[in-house]
Design a protein around this ligand. Structure first.
Ligand SMILES: Nc1ncnc2c1ncn2[C@@H]1O[C@H](COP(=O)(O)OP(=O)(O)OP(=O)(O)O)[C@@H](O)[C@H]1O
Ligand SMILES: [Mg+2]
Length: 252
């Protein structure tokens, strides 16, 4: 069953089509990768799904709901979380604080209640903290929890970003180039965490990634795109050998 469906997505900037007539489905429980040369439109697709950009045309549905015009602040509560191509964390705050902020979207109390610190708020705060500690355990971040972001190795920062996304308990997680800037060992670790998140937590994953080894090893299906359009979609091996994909990467 499809969890997410994109139909004929189109968006352009100053006359340049960043994405054009793009359709694809992501099945529940899948690791679905999007590949393509620089400027192909991969991050733009994420910006459309997470509603940072509006479509010029086309529709998106998530869990049966039309999310094409969903307000950006509603995306997380529907169960969609993302990480960024360049990590966006609060540099001078601790890992723990960054995760508590990430979780904030699930708060159900009113601001006025917060001010008076009513029992319901206290209970929620405790539940938040427990969730955050679960995520810290899951991603093995215990030894970093009180450290500030700006002192962390790059590989750890990337994991903190994944952790922050997980704190909203997403049904679908969008990862934009998770392995960029990581060494081979860190990339290996990352791939295991992503598999755990997918298999143990049942989170559906859309991953934009340039590392073809990682893509081939981890993905159930791959969408290849270039210049805003689909080149091919299928199993990793098919895509790797697809003539249109080879042409896009290597030229004629
Ligand atoms: N906000 C924007 N304003 C103007 N042009 C944009 C904007 N966002 C994306 N574009 C353009 O859309 C095209 C696709 O960009 P996008 O960032 O989606 O590519 P990408 O596939 O993620 O590339 P990379 O692999 O380098 O990250 C590019 O030509 C880019 O310059
Ligand atoms: Mg990009």
């Amino acid at each position: 069953m499809s969890l997410f469906e994109a139909r004929d997505l189109t968006v352009s900037f100053g006359g340049i089509h960043a994405v054009r007539d793009l359709s694809f489905d992501v099945r529940e429980g899948e690791i679905f990768s999007i590949i393509g040369p620089n400027g192909a439109g991969k991050t733009t697709v994420f910006n459309l799904i997470s509603r940072f950009y509006d479509v010029d045309a086309g529709t998106m549905t998530f869990a049966g709901e039309d999310i094409t015009a969903l307000p950006v602040h509603r995306v997380a509560e529907r169960g969609i979380a993302r990480t960024f191509q360049n990590t966006e964390l609060f540099e001078h705050e601790t890992v723990l604080k960054n995760l508590l902020i990430g979780r904030h979207v699930h708060r159900r109390t009113w601001l006025a209640e917060d001010l008076f610190f009513l029992p319901r708020v206290r209970r929620q705060d405790l539940a938040f903290r427990e969730k955050v500690e679960d995520v810290i355990d899951l991603l093995d971040l215990q030894s970093y929890r009180e450290q500030t972001i700006n002192g962390l190795p790059y590989g750890v920062r990337k994991m903190v970003e994944v952790a922050r996304a997980l704190c909203i308990e997403p049904r679908m997680l969008l990862l934009d180039e998770p392995s960029s800037g990581l060494n081979p060992e860190e990339t290996e670790d990352l791939s295991f965490w992503i598999e755990d998140v997918n298999e143990d937590l049942g989170v559906t994953i859309i991953m934009v990634e340039h590392d073809m080894n990682l893509v081939t090893r981890m993905s159930h299906r791959v969408l290849a795109m270039a210049d805003g359009v689909e080149l091919a979609v299928g199993e990793p091996r098919e895509i790797q050998e697809h003539p249109a994909v080879l042409r896009a990467y290597l030229g004629d």
